[in-house]
Design a protein around this ligand. Structure first.
Ligand code: CAA
Length: 380
């Protein structure tokens, strides 16, 4: 077993670290306050190849492995989780799904622009009444021969207004249940497609989360990905990879908060000594570091499974479940170590604490991950 990163992975890590320090850190507090989407930073991430990391270079991607992707996700999330979620959704939920299941014409038309960051994408599964219970789709895509007519509402869509290409999951044949669900490529600007209100969120406030409304949107049949009825499997397969990205995001949030807490504990003095010399603080640091390392191993294992052609449904669920719990616990402790300063925006840790929460919710709540893991244990 070899835990060392390759030369290439170390270079990618350094590039992501430099980018996060130089381009994401300035203004991160202001963007969070103002709920400002990091548009310029996203453009630069596209230029660096971070938006199509695992995509074949023939479609404009960087052709890297999933481990490299998690390294970049961790480094970006150590500074700005609102920016890193754009990277996660574009890579895992949009580019990967299109490259793996799309046909050549769809890849030529949509994938290259998405992989280079010329445009960004959104993945549209959740609805007002279909979050965890994802088969209960109310959005309909009625087959009209050479096109579908799409009607319904999607909720909490990341990149909701910033995206140009949307992968929309919808029910075509209710009688067939989940086997009657399709996934359609929908373009911004198609008549009848409206962007709904922006959500005012607890965390990842720089990311752009909207509801989407479809009123008789005419979508050509050539925009359906895969065979008729493949939409639910598409969503499940895509989300399994997405969970690796979110697990890496959670890992980065935890690491970012831990590093700030460690630094602060070596500077701040109480009772005549730096607070890291108090066992109450030192033991917190030991716990935080141990849990972060354990989370990193689970994230690496899930990415390694993906890179090696193994099934990663369960390893990605375990990585996301654990890393997101660690992100929540670690960021709460980082605020505690900072004391009164932790409650103040300038010290960043309160933002990490707010940002951590979503990692336990999106791309499958912690409870959904436990369903995925336990069902597999019982079945096998
Ligand atoms: N791979 C392939 N097929 C899968 C699969 C997988 N990982 N998981 C399930 N399926 C298949 C099943 O085999 C079954 O097909 P068959 O009948 O042909 O065997 C079908 O899908 C239905 O599966 P279940 O009976 O297990 O379905 P269920 O209703 O019990 O739900 C669930 C399963 C795992 C709970 C699923 O509903 C789920 O993952 N829910 C959470 C959804 C989610 O993660 N939403 C996040 C929204 S996206 C987001 O957050 C993006 C963002 O913007 C950041």
């Amino acid at each position: 077993m070899d835990f060392t990163l390759s030369e290439e992975q170390l270079m990618i890590q350094q590039a992501a670290r430099d980018f996060a320090q130089n381009e994401l850190l300035p203004g991160v507090i202001e963007r969070d306050d103002a709920q400002k989407f990091p548009a310029e930073q996203v453009k630069k991430m596209g230029e660096l190849g971070f938006l199509g990391m695992m995509v074949n270079p023939k479609y404009g991607g960087s052709g890297l492995d999933a481990i490299s992707y998690t390294i970049v996700m961790e480094e970006l999330s150590k500074i700005d989780a609102s920016a890193s979620v754009v990277v996660s959704v574009n890579n895992s939920l949009v580019c990967w799904g299109l490259e793996t299941y799309g046909n050549e014409a769809q890849k030529e038309k949509y994938l290259t622009k998405l992989a280079t960051g010329e445009v960004i994408g959104a993945f549209c599964l959740s609805e007002p009444e279909a979050g965890s219970d994802a088969t209960s789709q109310k959005t309909t895509a009625i087959d009209k021969g050479d096109h579908y007519i799409l009607n319904g509402t999607k909720n909490w869509i990341t990149n909701g207004n910033s995206a140009s290409t949307y992968l929309v999951i919808a029910q075509t044949d209710i009688e067939k249940g989940h086997k009657g669900i399709n996934v359609l490529i929908v373009e911004k600007g198609m008549p009848g497609f409206e962007i709904g209100p922006k959500e005012n969120k607890l965390g990842i406030r720089g990311s752009d989360t909207h509801s989407l409304i479809f009123n008789d949107v005419k979508v050509p049949k050539e925009n359906r990905i895969g065979a008729d009825g493949f939409g639910f499997k598409f969503a499940m397969k895509t989300l399994a990879g997405g969970r690796i990205g979110i697990a890496a995001q959670a890992l980065g949030i935890a690491s970012g908060a831990y590093e700030l807490a460690l630094k602060y504990s070596k500077e701040r003095k109480t009772f005549g000594t730096e607070i890291c010399n108090h066992q109450a603080i030192a033991f917190k640091l030991a716990d935080m570091h141990t849990k972060i390392e354990a989370a990193r191993h689970l994230v690496n294992k899930a990415a390694w499974d993906k890179d090696n052609g193994n099934n990663y449904d369960v390893s990605s669920a375990m990585a996301k479940l654990y890393a997101s719990e660690v992100a929540m616990e670690t960021t709460i402790e980082a605020v505690q170590i900072h004391g009164g300063n932790g409650f103040v925006k300038d010290y960043h840790v309160e933002r990490f604490m707010r940002d951590a929460k979503i990692t336990q919710i999106y791309e499958g709540t912690s409870e959904i991950q436990k369903i995925v893991i336990s069902r597999s244990l019982i079945k096998n």
